[in-house]
Design a protein around this ligand. Structure first.
Ligand SMILES: Nc1ncnc2c1ncn2[C@@H]1O[C@H](COP(=O)(O)OP(=O)(O)OP(=O)(O)O)[C@@H](O)[C@H]1O
Ligand SMILES: Nc1ncnc2c1ncn2[C@@H]1O[C@H](COP(=O)(O)OP(=O)(O)OP(=O)(O)O)[C@@H](O)[C@H]1O
Ligand SMILES: [Mg+2]
Ligand SMILES: [Mg+2]
Lengths: 273, 273
């Protein structure tokens, strides 16, 4: 089976897309088969990879969610070796209102992924990463209903901690209703400046929060803050302007070292399961 | 009349709240009367100022928008000398669905501010700053319909430029429909790292964009990138965890110098009008 992961945080600009793209690329670089699904109408994951605007009648994630006749295989484009991308365009913004009345409105993506994995058989993707938009709406709910694991990209700032409670509530809700497998596996620290006592304090708060959760019956009881934190590194912000992953842009810069280390840790965990 | 400014950017985590709070505090510190209106259900502006949770039946921005019997005067609390705050709480998240059917749904805040300024007469606020949520929904539309000027806090990153087009479209739409006075006055660069060629390129792109707009009939034809950019400075991120403005937290740090310089520029522009 595949390791299925939603990169989720309703707070904006915290590193979801940067992490989704660079972890997907890191895993692909280790020779693993990876699917990256862009669930954000901003389409930044697609932009980050330099994916061309879908032409003419190329279906996108919008079509996948709204049209039961469209399969995930038709939506996927080969973005890199080992890395297939389901691209998002601005029409995806129409999905939430249009799906609002449907009884299976949060399950569209899950059904599409399950059908795809069945038809792929042994050639199926090993890792499926979903880049969520900065909201707790229907698109994010489709992402959460389709995966087993949530990774929370965030920055070690005081105001960033404020949103985590609400995020956890949403994960609980989806877990209790449509997806009993769903759990939070960890936090990925993005744009991290380890030199300040402020960020060290925020990280310590997060570590303590997860330690205390170990004895509770909650979907984050086995969660932790992943190491390494991804250091703040302007190369990471520059790469998307060239349509490149951090590894293509500057393979040995701190951001690339950190994302590669995280990809290795994520692959290793899965191998040992 | 007052200088009325919405800090707006649908992209999350770009510095809207940090800028709203620290500009408001900077102006108050210059002896000007300032109102700060928190339009974000996250309530971060209120949190940043260390405002207590509103007690019992203290009305908040939610009540102001939904209940015509509630006036802005009843909602305001004196957060600092010269600085009155209209606080937001999570119930404000209910405002968008609840207002959806009302014919004047984008004008609620404007009406409340106009009534307040009329009843205050000569004691009225000189500067009204509105902290918008990271979206282009009904709350932001209330903010845009209530002011003359939009300031766009943003970071000098490639992905940040992608959202500006959509933001400008929304300003145009509000300008053509309910608020012909509305215009974009400027961009405030937040969390700025001037040492990288990437950020210099993004700033150059923005400067060029505004220069070209000068001859166009658009709501940003007199807009510019404000200087100074607010430098990345961990003190700026630490201050809210103590419920303090940057001036209270560390009056001479780079973040405080930059926000004070901006506040002085904003006050001076207004005096010279
Ligand atoms: N390690 C890093 N070093 C420098 N810049 C970074 C780093 N990580 C992310 N950034 C920059 O921070 C900004 C926000 O990142 P990103 O777009 O990945 O966040 P997001 O959570 O996906 O945002 P949204 O909520 O809009 O989807 C981008 O400009 C990105 O390039
Ligand atoms: N100059 C700066 N130096 C360091 N950190 C900063 C600076 N400006 C803002 N930050 C930090 O960046 C984060 C995002 O800022 P802020 O909350 O003001 O953004 P926002 O646009 O209001 O976010 P939202 O979209 O969630 O309302 C906060 O943790 C803040 O403390
Ligand atoms: Mg994103
Ligand atoms: Mg804010």
């Amino acid at each position: 089976p595949a390791r299925t992961i939603a990169l989720m945080n309703q707070k904006g600009g915290v590193g979801k897309t940067t992490t989704a793209v660079n972890l997907a690329a890191g895993l692909a670089g280790l020779g693993r088969r990876v699917l990256l699904i862009d669930l954000d109408p901003q389409g930044h994951a697609s932009l980050h990879l330099g994916a061309k605007e879908p032409e003419g009648d190329q279906p996108t994630v919008y079509d996948l969610l709204l049209d039961p006749g469209v399969s995930l295989a038709e939506v996927l484009v080969q973005a890199r070796p080992n890395l297939a991308l389901a691209a998002a365009t601005t029409d995806l913004a129409g999905a939430e209102p249009e799906l609002a009345g449907a009884p299976d409105k949060t399950l569209r993506l899950r059904r599409a992924i399950e059908a795809y994995q069945r038809e792929q058989g042994p050639r199926a993707a090993e890792f499926i990463l979903i880049d969520c938009p900065p909201s707790l709406g229907l698109l994010t709910l489709n992402g959460l209903s389709a995966v087993r694991e949530v990774f929370i990209p965030m920055q070690a700032h005081f105001l960033a901690l404020q949103g985590v409670g609400k995020l956890m509530q949403t994960v609980s809700l989806v877990g209790r209703t449509v997806n009993p497998h769903l759990h939070v596996t960890g936090v990925i620290l993005c744009n991290h400046d380890a030199s300040t006592s402020h960020s060290r304090e925020v990280v310590a708060d997060l570590d303590a929060f997860f330690t205390e959760a170990r004895t509770q019956n909650v979907p984050w009881s086995k969660a932790r803050v992943y190491r390494p934190a991804v250091r703040r590194n302007v190369k990471v912000a520059e790469a998307p302007s060239f349509g490149q992953t951090i590894f293509e842009y500057d393979k040995w810069c701190p951001g690339a070292l950190d994302y590669r280390a995280l990809a290795e840790a994520i692959a290793k965990e899965w191998d040992e399961v």
